[in-house]
Design a protein around this ligand. Structure first.
Ligand SMILES: C=C(O[C@@H]1C=C(C(=O)O)C=C[C@H]1O)C(=O)O
Length: 108
């Protein structure tokens, strides 16, 4: 990459405008992702409390398998890499299970 690749004075104004337009949408999408994840974690925290109150295990592998299969199908129809969708869901679920273990530990 040349030294001037990130120097905005060297970028064609039309290209700069297009980059700015796209980055504004990326920023909006990132904000939506954060808000959606926050809502999801609010729900999963409640599931964690319910499980702890009723001595249910933090993880439910059968439910996870159904979610992964569903998400992979959704990803395919949205032209998103299903392997990426699966990795992302597994990453989120691992964090949820960690929260559930912490809640269960606190209830003991
Ligand atoms: C939220 C739950 O707990 C865990 C987390 C899941 C998730 O984040 O979607 C799914 C299954 C469980 O391993 C649940 O059982 O529904």
């Amino acid at each position: 990459m040349s030294d001037t690749a990130n120097d905005s004075s060297a970028i064609d104004p039309a290209v700069r405008a297009e980059l700015t337009r796209l980055r504004e949408s990326i920023d909006n999408i990132d904000a939506a992702v954060v808000h959606m994840l926050a809502e999801r974690f609010k729900c999963t925290q409640q599931v964690g409390v319910l499980k702890a109150e009723h001595q249910l295990p933090p993880a439910d592998p059968a439910r996870e398998a159904r979610q992964i299969a569903r998400l992979r199908e959704l990803a395919e129809s949205a032209r998103l890499d299903p392997a990426f969708a699966e990795k992302l869901l597994n990453f989120i679920i691992a964090e949820v299970i960690r929260h559930h273990e912490t809640i269960a530990d606190g209830a003991r």
